[in-house]
Design a protein around this ligand. Structure first.
Ligand SMILES: [Zn+2]
Length: 386
């Protein structure tokens, strides 16, 4: 029987959530934690698809400082002249989102980034990272094209129920060598409900059943199902919030004038205009805000050291379980978050399969090489049996 590879990436499916549950997707008997990278999916997915770290593929966080000459928000400098009420309006957000979507094919969200500060930043993900040619360096999708395989992928652009149904239908027809499904539904439910949420349990149970259905569909089409379930990171329940922005307001140095800053949910990133700003802000943020300053060596070990400091001159990272509220990503507290130190026990994702897993495949950056090996095996099996 000619094999078909079924690769599913469920965003935020943590090892600590399902790894030890033998009733979860019993067809995927081979399983292990998959260590993740520092940051969020905007950096983790490119690492999964290319096998490279942020410094090599260039993607780390959703927002970076704008390059010389401006980024995707260039031409929007007039936003600063709008009255605050208008700048914060839902209508302006809708209009801006539509404008940016005309320039950007990648995933983005304006969140709560102050509209007048947008021109100082840029969105690194401007093309479709799930398509050939969509990443700055060679990816799994480029490899699938080179191998001339019959494949199809679904991502956040399709709803999860539709993606699952269409992938099953493709398996039922039997014409594909590989189907790929990415979903961010579990990630959203975890953020809102926490790891014990009812909607989280429902979604996990749906995926558990889906793998059985996928195996059955492939066999009915005369294809041997090679199943892979992976994820880009886990999820940590939020135990406290901190107001980092307020801690900075009391300082004699001011955002905009003395430094530029971006507040992710778990990180505050700074670009200094003056040495005094650096000194004051670094002294103001510390253990009292439940976080620590990353040393250059920390960033180098995380593979997130950029010579041009496009993601920040300095990064303050919160402790696992601590959420920045407010941040540029949201004003309301959430039940769970990721983007913490990757060594926290709830941070690893999963790698599960009905195929043997090589002992050395333990980190997200190893995923692509493993899938390439499986593609080699698929070609060998295909040419023998077909
Ligand atoms: Zn998330």
């Amino acid at each position: 029987m000619k094999p078909v590879m079924v690769v599913v990436l469920v965003d935020a499916l943590g090892w600590s959530l399902v790894g030890h549950d033998a009733a979860f997707a019993p067809v995927l008997a081979e399983r292990r934690p998959l260590a993740t990278v520092l940051g969020f999916s905007s950096g983790a997915l490119p690492t999964a698809f290319t096998g490279k770290l942020a410094r090599e593929h260039g993607r780390w966080l959703m927002y970076r400082r704008a390059p010389e000459g401006g980024g995707v928000f260039r031409g929007l400098e007039w936003l600063r002249w709008l009255p605050a009420r208008l700048r914060q309006s839902w209508r302006l957000t809708q209009w801006l989102t539509a404008q940016v979507a005309r320039r950007v094919r990648g995933y983005f969200n304006l969140y709560e980034v102050p509209r007048e500060e947008l021109p100082a930043f840029d969105l690194p993900e401007q093309s479709d990272i799930f398509a050939p040619g969509g990443l700055p360096c060679d990816s799994l999708w480029d490899s699938l094209e080179r191998r001339k395989l019959a494949w199809q992928g679904w991502n956040w652009r399709t709803s999860e129920p539709e993606a699952r149904a269409q992938a099953l239908a493709a398996l039922e027809r039997g014409g594909h060598d590989l189907v790929f499904v990415y979903s961010a539904v579990l990630d959203a439910r975890l953020h809102h409900e926490g790891t014990q949420g009812a909607g989280v349990r429902t979604n996990v149970a749906e995926w558990s059943r889906w793998f059985g259905d996928a195996a059955d569909a492939a066999r009915r089409a005369g294809r041997e199902p090679w199943l892979y379930l992976c994820s880009d990171h886990g999820m940590v329940d939020v135990t406290r919030t901190v107001d980092v922005m307020r801690a900075l307001e009391a300082l004699p140095v001011a955002r905009g004038r003395d430094y530029l800053a971006f507040f992710d949910s778990t990180m505050a990133r700074f670009w200094w205009h003056t040495p005094a700003a650096r000194e004051a802000v670094r002294a103001a943020l510390g253990p009292a805000q439940h976080g620590r300053w990353l040393a250059p060596q920390d960033l180098a070990e995380a593979g997130a050291d950029f010579a041009d400091h496009r993601y920040g001159d300095d990064v303050f990272l919160l402790d696992p379980g601590v959420l920045m509220v407010p941040s540029y990503m949201g004003r309301a507290p959430l039940a769970a978050m990721h983007g913490y130190d990757p060594t926290h026990p709830d941070m690893p994702g999963v790698l599960m399969s009905n195929r043997p897993l090589p002992p050395a495949t333990t980190h997200l950056s190893h995923l692509r090489a493993f899938l390439e090996q499986e593609l080699d095996a698929l070609s060998a099996a295909g040419s023998g049996a077909a």
